[in-house]
Design a protein around this ligand. Structure first.
Ligand code: HEM
Length: 407
């Protein structure tokens, strides 16, 4: 067997051309060896799936496990680190029937209907953050769009839903930042994880004692009280929703705003016809594909995918950015086309039973932010050359660490 190439196939450096493009090595693999073996940091290897059809086949097949303790699961280089057989890993890393049982408890909170009712609140929060941006004296420093809007909006939204005091956002942003960095060593990851769990543990205890009108309180008073959820499950729920709910959308907001600033023609079309925003958000999700390190699975049985046999106990990494640039499905895939007819078929939210629970919320936040920014700041532009923008090449979720803007 040839020696597997290291994963990621190329460093996730901003390429010399477009900073939004996934590593070039992925495109080559997709054409030449769509299921290839890649070497991981710990000396193990996994399959890397780069073609759209194979990615959907794997994510849609329950013979592939999401449980990190399944033999062969490729844990190396993941943010969660070592396998966690305990409930604290959250249902994103569980298989049915446990996954189904737990996910069902919060499905209704994130349904389209619920999120639609939240829109006026999301719009108000966005407007307030934009008001604050307008008040900043930009003569000395440009505004950092990440700190001013991209991070606080999803953070405020998920804090509100879960009943987490927003005053604590510095704490959990610092901790999730450490946990999601590829450069954090296990010596820092362990304490950060412990601190986050301790913080959430305290919060859950406070909700059990004095419930409010939020998801954690409801889970505490209904499912926990009926014995359907342990205290540990409840903490894991809160950690999963809090972490998944803000870093992801925040990075999509930053990248979306930047790509529209760099493409005034598209921005102009969208400003003139805001009804295009739904399609535009699907296309931005496809184009940016911020999840660059997974999803990952382990085969529970021998499974044939795309003419290759993946054996029981072998690990698989799914390359979402590559699947979303597959020319067989998205012609001229490297172009941002906000009226692309099938953009919504992207796999940016995954596929199958683990498909993103928060997708309706993420979509609503993105649609509202983009429309509001285009309307209120029609001349907004990067305040530094693009080469000076710090892209998150060190993180498992791609985006910008900071985005200095002016108008
Ligand atoms: C799952 C992406 C926003 C909560 C996922 C998965 C992806 C993803 C790819 C599948 C993981 C897998 O198959 O192993 C994104 C992107 C987002 C986003 C790109 C923003 C643009 C959110 C938000 C929430 C959220 C706002 C809020 C609660 C979750 C949860 C899961 C999940 C709980 C696990 C679902 C399950 O295992 O059944 N997300 N997500 N996500 N996401 Fe998101």
């Amino acid at each position: 067997m040839p020696t597997p190439a290291p994963f990621p196939p190329l460093p996730v450096e901003p390429p010399s051309g477009c900073p939004f493009d996934p590593p070039e090595g992925l495109a080559r693999l997709r054409l030449e060896e769509p299921l290839s073996k890649v070497a991981l940091d710990d000396g193990s290897w996994a399959w890397l799936a780069t073609r759209y059809a194979d990615v959907r086949a794997i994510l849609g097949d329950q013979r592939f496990s999401s449980d990190t303790s399944t033999p062969g699961y490729p844990v190396s280089g993941m943010t969660g680190g070592s396998p966690r057989p305990d409930a604290a890993r959250g249902f994103i890393r569980m298989d049915p029937p446990e996954h189904t049982r737990l996910r069902r408890m919060v499905t209704r909170d994130f349904m389209v209907k619920r999120v639609e009712a939240l829109r006026p609140t999301l719009q108000r929060l966005t407007d307030e953050l934009c008001d604050e941006m307008e008040r900043v004296d930009r003569s000395e420093h440009p505004v950092d769009l990440v700190q001013a809007l991209a991070l606080p909006l999803p953070s405020l939204a998920i804090s509100l839903l879960l009943g987490v005091p927003y005053e604590d956002h510095d704490t959990f942003q610092r901790l999730t930042g450490t946990l999601l960095s590829r450069e954090t060593g296990e010596e820092d990851r362990g304490p950060a994880r412990a601190e986050l769990l301790a913080y959430i543990d305290g919060l859950v205890r406070a909700k059990v004692a004095e419930p409010g009108d939020d998801i954690i309180s409801r889970l505490a008073t209904e499912q926990h009280a009926r014995g359907e959820l342990t205290h540990e499950d409840l903490v894991a729920f809160a950690v999963l929703l809090l972490v998944a709910g803000h870093e992801t959308t925040a990075n999509m907001i930053g990248l979306s705003a930047l790509s529209l600033m760099l493409d005034p023609e598209t921005a102009g079309r969208l400003r003139e016809d805001p009804s295009l925003v739904r399609g535009a958000v699907e296309e931005l999700l496809r184009f940016h594909s911020i999840i660059r390190n997974g999803p990952r699975r382990a085969a529970l049985e021998d499974v044939e995918v795309g003419g290759r046999l993946i054996r029981k106990g072998e690990g698989v990494i799914v390359a979402v950015p590559s699947a979303n640039r597959d020319e067989d499905v998205f012609p001229d895939a490297g172009r941002l086309d906000i009226t692309r007819p099938n953009a919504q078929h992207h796999v940016a939210f995954g596929y199958g039973i683990h498909q993103c629970l928060g997708q309706a919320l993420a979509r609503a936040e993105l649609q509202i932010v983009i429309t509001t920014l285009l309307r209120r700041f029609p001349t907004m532009r990067p305040a530094v050359p693009v080469e000076e923008i710090p892209f998150r090449t060190d993180m498992v979720i791609y985006g910008c660490h900071a985005l200095p803007v002016t108008w």
